[in-house]
Design a protein around this ligand. Structure first.
Ligand code: ZN
Length: 294
């Protein structure tokens, strides 16, 4: 009798334990985060020629260190906030700014080029984060504002003006991924908040012109980024993906007349005038790929 009682009790405990494990497995869905990085929005960066060209700028070695510090602060904050995996995309100038030697070992680095214009984003990611981003071309009071190249004046997606921030918020939104946090200058934060008001932002510097401004010290910028990344991750459920459904039209106005003979013949591509093109697609990513692949 005693043996049977103990056996039944042990069996009941084993069943309860198995149920608890399966419930934990259901609630503990892996939280993969995709981090887009750039250099122009990092603390202390104000001058493209002096600081941002990998093979040429005299201050570039310092720029890499500043970028690495901010990225690692973000990874630390995201992990503390509940992220289970972090993919870091090295998005500046050919993608050789971060190093496998110094990136936080908990992160995976996506480096080099070319990388698909949709960055390999897919619905397995739970969140998108931006580190070191800059405002779109033509933004007043922004530090080093531009949109992908220095030859693009304006990009509109379904009539909404976007730069590198907005286009990626929309790409993620189409996949149901919320953009939860950004670091960059004050103007980049403003641009991000216009699209995702509930998201967190870490302004590390403020422009007084396109190539000057005030900046936090590097340790202060990293501390702010770590705190905001953790907070954003903890608030993940409160931040909704940007709504991006159905056909899309990407209109691009170049600063000077481009010479893109390859795109003229493509279906869904229309030249409006000497400097302006429209790229249409069944979805935003479809239209975006037509624009970014020429
Ligand atoms: Zn850049």
């Amino acid at each position: 009798m005693k043996f049977t009682f103990h056996f039944r009790a042990a069996l009941a405990l084993a069943v309860l334990a198995a149920l608890a494990v399966s419930a934990a497995a259901q609630t503990a869905k892996p939280k993969k985060v995709f981090v887009i990085t750039d250099l122009e929005g990092v603390d202390g960066i104000f001058d493209f020629n002096l600081q941002c060209i990998p093979w040429k700028s005299p201050l570039y070695p310092e720029s890499r260190k500043l970028l690495t510090g901010e990225v690692n602060a973000a990874v630390a904050g995201l992990m503390a906030g509940g992220a289970s995996q972090v993919m870091v995309y090295d998005g500046h100038y050919g993608g050789h700014n971060l190093s496998a030697l110094t990136i936080d070992p908990r992160a995976t680095l996506l480096a080099g080029s070319p990388v698909s214009p949709t960055l390999g984003l897919n619905p397995t990611y739970s969140a998108l984060v931006f580190i070191g981003l800059h405002a779109m071309a033509g933004t007043r009071g922004a530090i080093l504002p531009h949109s992908f190249t220095w030859n693009i004046q304006n990009i509109w997606v379904n009539g909404i003006r976007v730069g590198e921030i907005g286009a990626r918020v929309m790409l993620a939104g189409e996949l149901g991924i919320p953009a939860i946090m950004l670091s960059g200058d004050t103007a980049a934060c403003k641009e991000f908040h216009a699209l995702v008001p509930a998201a967190d932002c870490a302004p590390v510097k403020t422009g007084v012109s396109a190539t000057a401004g005030t900046t936090l010290s590097h340790p202060a910028a990293c501390a702010l980024i770590r705190k905001d990344a953790q907070l954003a991750m903890e608030r993940l459920d409160e931040i909704k993906p940007y709504s991006m459904k159905g056909p899309a039209e990407v209109k691009v106005e170049f600063a000077t007349e481009p010479t893109p003979p390859a795109i003229v013949q493509q279906p869904g591509v229309e030249q409006v005038d000497g400097r302006t093109w429209i790229f249409r697609g069944k979805t935003f990513s479809d239209a975006w790929l037509k624009f970014r692949s020429f």
